[in-house]
Write a protein that binds this ligand. Structure first.
Ligand code: DGJ
Length: 734
């Protein structure tokens, strides 16, 4: 056991002098500390969450900190906001939880503390669990609720966690949006009253609001300064975040499953595990908090988080449903010739009795449409091999259309309320399969299993989900358990994901849900990345990717070069700008290459080659956001710095275009002040190199002054346009 872990275990058992039987639970990560008071027979209370403290400060902490119950329960102090509310088997609506025991254990890279609470009278138990990562500044917390009462206990409220946040000028940063406009950033001061951020989609949970937030504790949010608490609920389903501010010195933050229409009847000895809430604390502003989330994600919460992603072409915006053998072969040849590594065939390849021509049929019938693809998937795989690239395929496993053989065979598998008509989604015929039903879970697992056993060379799956749960009704759950629908759907979904990952650990899987509907840490342990948005317009992507980067690392953010005019906004943006934006995430293409000119292909080929150089920095480096597009200063800028600080990539995109506009000069961040960095422009289109091309500057200079970025590109007159952007590669000169 290494020293750090020994210390943490010791701290976990630390007994505070003075208080008989009092024991404190201290959980630390490399830079943060959480302290809870857990006296046997008393209340579990938060004492401190923040930066690491010295021994002396730690000794005096309990006398100076205001304590708050760590998992407030309903019933004996009704007016306060609570985390847990139940109805016991005998109808009693109250809880009185006391600490029974504390268990601290060491896990790989983490220390776990479980504080078991028991009701004073009833055989009702709550394990409040904390997992402090030793290689990332994240503490995860969740609960395990159980009882031994004679009849089921009804759970009316079951948050994952509560955290008190000291009032002051606290600002909330959170994401909102809608289809084609996901990941928008909202920043607002917390004011008295209740702020609720929630989701009720049933299937996807990040099109609109997100289950992740940041609290800037010292006034207006800053990217690279100030104390910030970040919180991310790791759940794929309906969630609710509550921040209550009323008559005391604290904001009261609760996060968990959205209990609306989800009352849960808990059987004797059954354990109800709430999803983890991941907490982080940073003294380096919002970007610092993002870096903590990103590191933890790459190491622990994202499938293959430390593996570099392939550069791909996805067929959707290139051909939509018009899939055929020759077309796929041509797209594969094109992406291979530009240096890409993977081709993904999107929607439209399947259906026998009902071939998928548009979005109104065939979901559920996962067999190749022989008319479109006479050589089947074998043919596509051999084409991919011929071009020296990998092959991936699109599926939407949780769904069916009423026009499908699946629905004809299994109408009882779809979500539907008794005595009611079906509520139909996309294409006027789409329905959601009832993942509460184990037979449906098997069916969904088999979709992937059949594809992968028949075609083990499939390298990548794009897993889509294009419908919400529109009507409340499980044909599988009993009538008295209908309120379990949302929870059981996501339990079923997770079970399927676990089975897939157990059998196919190396497969790359993208979470797509009508774009960015599934960016959450509930499912990312099983998925390698997510589609940020169906909107591929580069200008709008600057805003969406900015917001999304608050919580998710670039390695997980699929970001594609698409056509102009853009298919969603109809905006015409020059290719250089489209490339420069796409290159700040997991680079891919979403375009018909045969419609591109040779010049455009050459530009993309060059960009792909350059991206390969910077890929480790973008996908594994530390983000420093520099100038927010939301600040409306006419430009946006961010950079990624390699962990060794010997390399960095700087991005700058103009976001407004006016003559004689005065843009700010951007100071860099995250570099080593004493190192010298040589600057080289990537994706250059200008006739002349920039003034600072190949020149060296110290990190200190770049962070104090930045570089003067020209507002326009020096190109021939007929090539001039209203957009400009720059990507600079910085490499240490030794
Ligand atoms: C929605 C996705 O977001 C798109 O990328 C595409 O895969 C379509 N579905 C296909 O129907």
């Amino acid at each position: 056991m290494n020293f750090k872990k020994r210390m943490n275990l010791f701290m976990g058992m630390w007994l505070l002098t003075g208080a008989v039987f009092a024991q404190n639970v201290c959980l630390s990560t490399p830079n943060t500390l959480m302290v809870l008071a857990a006296p046997e027979g008393g209340k579990l209370e938060y004492v401190y969450y923040g930066n690491k403290l010295s021994e002396t400060n730690l000794q005096n902490l309990e006398t100076v900190q205001t304590k708050h119950e760590a998992y407030p329960e309903y019933g004996m102090n009704c007016p306060t906001e609570t985390a847990l509310a139940v109805k016991h088997a005998d109808g009693n609506m109250t809880l009185q939880l006391e600490v029974m025991k504390v268990t601290t254990t060491e896990e790989a890279d983490a220390v776990k503390a479980v504080i078991t609470l028991k009701d004073k009278v009833y055989p009702f138990f709550v394990n409040v669990c904390y997992k402090a990562w030793q290689d990332a500044d994240i503490i995860e917390t969740w609960t395990e609720i159980s009882h031994q009462e004679k009849k089921p206990v009804v759970l009316n409220q079951f948050a994952s966690a509560y955290l008190p946040i000291r009032r002051g000028d606290v600002w909330l940063s959170h994401l909102y949006g809608t289809w084609a406009n996901e990941g928008r950033l909202s920043q607002e001061p917390l004011t008295p009253g209740m702020k609720i951020i929630k989701n009720k989609d049933g299937v996807r949970n990040s099109h609109t609001a997100h289950a992740e937030v940041m609290f800037s504790l010292d006034g207006r949010p800053q990217e690279n300064a100030g104390n910030v608490i970040g919180a991310a609920l790791c759940y794929s389903g309906n969630y609710k975040l509550r921040i209550e501010t009323h008559d005391d010195e604290y904001h009261h933050f609760f996060a968990g499953i959205n209990e609306e229409n989800s009352t849960y009847s808990l059987k004797k000895d059954e354990v109800f595990r709430t999803p983890e809430l991941a907490l982080t604390y940073s003294r380096e502003g919002l970007s610092g908090s993002s870096r903590n989330f990103h590191r933890w994600a790459r190491l622990h919460k994202l499938a293959h988080g430390t593996t570099l992603r392939k550069i791909l072409l996805n067929s959707w915006e290139g051909v939509y449903f018009d899939i055929n053998q020759e077309g796929m072969d041509q797209m594969m040849a094109d992406i291979a010739s530009m240096g890409g590594e993977l081709f993904v065939m999107d929607d439209g390849w399947f259906g026998d009795k009902y071939p998928r021509k548009t979005d109104n049929s065939s979901l559920g019938d996962w067999v190749v449409d022989q008319n479109k693809l006479p050589n089947g998937i074998e043919g596509l795989l051999s084409d991919a091999k011929k071009h020296g690239i990998k092959f991936g395929i699109w599926i939407e496993p949780e769904m069916a259309n009423t026009t499908s053989e699946l629905y004809e065979r299994h109408p009882e598998w779809v979500i539907k309320a008794p005595e009611r008509d079906l509520v139909l989604g996309r294409g006027g015929t789409q329905v959601v399969l009832d993942l509460a039903n184990p037979a449906v879970q098997d069916f969904i697992f088999d979709i992937v299993d059949k594809l992968m056993t028949s075609y083990p060379e499939i390298d990548y799956i794009k897993w889509d989900a294009n419908m919400s749960i529109m009507n409340h009704g499980s044909q599988y759950l009993t009538s008295d358990n209908q309120s379990h629908l949302y929870i059981e759907f996501h339990r079923g979904f997770e079970k399927v994901c676990q089975r897939i990952r157990a059998k196919y650990p190396d497969l790359t899987i993208q979470a797509c849900a009508s774009g960015g509907g599934r960016a959450n840490y509930g499912l990312l342990p099983y998925f390698d990345e997510f589609w940020v948005s169906d909107n591929t317009d580069a200008l709008q992507r600057v805003y969406m990717q900015w917001g999304t980067s608050y919580f998710f690392p670039a390695v997980a953010m699929a970001s594609h070069i698409s056509a102009a005019p853009n298919h969603q906004t109809f905006r015409t943006i020059p290719l250089k700008y489209r490339i420069d934006v796409a290159m700040s995430g997991r680079l891919g293409m979403e375009i018909q290459p045969k419609n591109m000119t040779d010049g455009e292909k050459a530009l993309c080929k060059n960009a792909i080659a350059e991206y390969k150089t910077i890929r480790p920095i973008v996908q594994q480096g530390d983000i420093y956001r520099l100038l927010s597009p939301y600040d409306k200063q006419g430009a946006a800028s961010l950079m990624y710095v390699a962990p060794e600080k010997d390399k960095a990539v700087f991005y700058w995109w103009k976001t407004e275009h006016f003559c004689n506009q005065h843009l700010p000069r951007i100071k860099m961040a995250g570099l080593c002040p004493n190192k010298q960095y040589k600057v080289h422009e990537l994706n250059r289109i200008d006739n002349r190199p920039l003034n600072f091309e190949n020149k060296s500057f110290s990190g200190a200079y770049l962070m104090a002054n930045g570089l003067e970025i020209p507002y326009n590109h020096q190109v021939d007159y007929h090539k001039q346009n209203d957009y400009s952007s720059r990507v600079l590669y910085l490499e240490e000169v030794k």
